[in-house]
Design a protein around this ligand. Structure first.
Ligand SMILES: Cc1cc2nc3c(=O)[nH]c(=O)nc-3n(C[C@H](O)[C@H](O)[C@H](O)COP(=O)(O)OP(=O)(O)OC[C@H]3O[C@@H](n4cnc5c(N)ncnc54)[C@H](O)[C@@H]3O)c2cc1C
Length: 437
């Protein structure tokens, strides 16, 4: 794969592998490394969507915040994902009602559109240049999946989101020029953006409000034994009244109990070369697309006229030997028109999955909060959870508690067997997708 792409940055330092996002990132300063002993009201671990969402929320309230990032802003899943704003959670509100009852489902439904609204608000308020486009599709490969999407539309309508349209095969072709799909749903409140540029915009806004952000400052130790939590990095330490842990799948061994609650899962993404007019022919309305398979494919146009196509997951979070070999077959199946198109970027990223597929937020102690486990649908949920963490730290717990009170079951098989057991489970669901049963 040729990485010398005209018009894009040659250096793509973010993900340890060259991402189109890093290559097309807006100019941003390198933030300092934490040195010496610092004091803050709130310290946040991780500058991904969750960490920056809570940091900005608190900075807007005038609270003094330090963010510590192990690598660079957006280095984790947040700066490498499909960039799709998908509303709600990795489990439908009907499933959540069956699990937790109508009151909990109603409370979760009441905030399910707020994450995307936060993104749209911040983009407008801070003038963030991140190619935000409205509109997204869920598409079905089988009649059974189509029935599922129709039910999804009805469930959303029952929770007050009446704007979703059901599209039959013909109507869908106005949005996706592929023979693969039997139909779909169009949600105008979905959308897509350049996630890394959004994060860089949030980071700049946070700093303008007085927030302090340190890069290449990995927290290696959390000491919660004194009156205030203290975190330690290679060259410094921060003591804060409150600590918020937002390291998600990249937290590693810093807080072993937290890492044991989730399973790292990697997903892979490629971008083609710029396609000229063909990009608009393939996706005429510029809506983003996610299929309804258990292991799903997701794709969209980029602002410079490429197709960005992702899919294929690896339980345990490892990178596959070849991202291109994993993703190209699905891409060609969807768009045979691209069989000769060159893939200019290919990368992998890791998100955190929970057994319930619902995010987990809570407290490790009265002064140590955490949020993780958006289970592959985190672009909007992380914004919401950042806001709820900000509210809880400021003393308003009601909306935070809706999520914090959800059960947090661990994976069967523990850290050793959770990945092979989940792989087995997903093979079963993939087979059902193929057979359409
Ligand atoms: C390839 C891919 C495609 C995806 N596509 C979509 C999509 O289209 N739509 C969607 O809704 N969701 C998508 N997701 C999921 C979504 O990206 C994640 O749910 C979301 O980004 C998680 O954000 P986060 O802030 O919790 O974690 P992250 O973005 O992973 O951020 C965690 C940060 O914490 C830092 N960190 C970790 N440990 C420490 C430490 N000890 N000290 C300091 N810093 C630390 C890491 O370096 C990292 O920057 C995708 C995920 C992947 C991987």
């Amino acid at each position: 794969m040729d990485m010398a792409v005209p018009g894009l940055h040659q250096a793509a330092p973010y993900a340890g592998m060259p991402t189109w996002y890093a290559a097309s990132a807006n100019p941003a300063p390198q933030r300092p490394v934490l040195q010496g002993a610092q004091r803050a009201t709130v310290c946040v671990i991780g500058a991904g969507f969750t960490g920056l969402s809570v940091a900005l929320e608190l900075a807007e309230k005038g609270i003094d915040v330090i963010v510590l990032e192990s690598e660079r802003v957006g280095w984790g899943a947040s700066g490498r994902n499909g960039g799709q704003l998908i509303n709600g959670y990795s489990r439908g509100l009907d499933v959540l009602e069956a699990r937790h009852g109508p009151d909990v489902a109603r409370a979760l439904g009441a905030v399910a559109l707020e994450g995307a609204a936060i993104i749209r608000d911040r983009v407008a308020r801070y003038g963030i240049a991140c190619d935000l486009v409205d509109g997204g599709l869920g598409v079905a490969l089988t009649a059974k999946q189509m029935r599922g999407l129709e039910e999804e539309q009805q469930v959303w309508a029952a929770h007050g989101h009446a704007g979703i349209t059901v599209l039959d095969r013909e109507a869908l072709r106005a949005h996706v020029q592929s023979d693969r799909y039997v139909g779909g749903i169009l949600d105008p409140l979905r959308g897509h953006f350049h996630p890394l540029n959004y994060l860089l915009g949030e980071a700049a806004a946070f700093e303008q409000l007085g927030g302090r952000l340190f890069e290449h400052s990995r927290v290696t130790q959390v000491d919660d034994s004194g009156p205030r939590p203290r975190v330690v990095t290679a060259q410094g330490e921060v003591t804060a009244d409150t600590l918020v842990v937002c390291g998600n799948a990249y937290l590693g061994k810093t807080l072993p109990w937290l890492s044991g609650q989730i399973m790292p899962v990697s997903s892979q993404v490629v971008t083609t070369e710029p396609l000229g007019d063909l990009a608009a022919q393939l996706l005429p309305s510029n809506a983003c697309v996610e299929d309804a398979n258990y292991i799903l494919d997701y794709f969209r146009r980029t602002a410079d006229g490429r197709l960005l196509y992702g899919g294929g997951i690896v339980y345990g979070g490892q990178d596959p030997a070849s991202v291109e070999a994993k993703i190209r077959p699905g891409l060609i199946k969807t768009f045979p028109q691209l069989k000769d198109a060159k893939l200019e970027f290919a990368w992998s990223g890791t998100f955190a999955m929970t057994l319930s597929r619902m995010p987990q937020i809570g407290r490790l102690s009265p002064k140590v909060f955490y949020s993780h486990g958006d289970s592959g649908h985190g672009v909007t949920t992380t914004q919401l959870l950042g806001r709820l963490l900000g509210e809880a730290i400021a003393g308003q717990h009601a909306r935070f508690d809706v999520f914090a009170d959800l059960p947090h079951p661990p994976f069967p098989g523990g850290q050793r067997f959770r990945a092979p057991l989940s792989t087995l489970g997903s093979l079963w669901y993939t087979l059902r997708d193929r057979l359409g049963v």
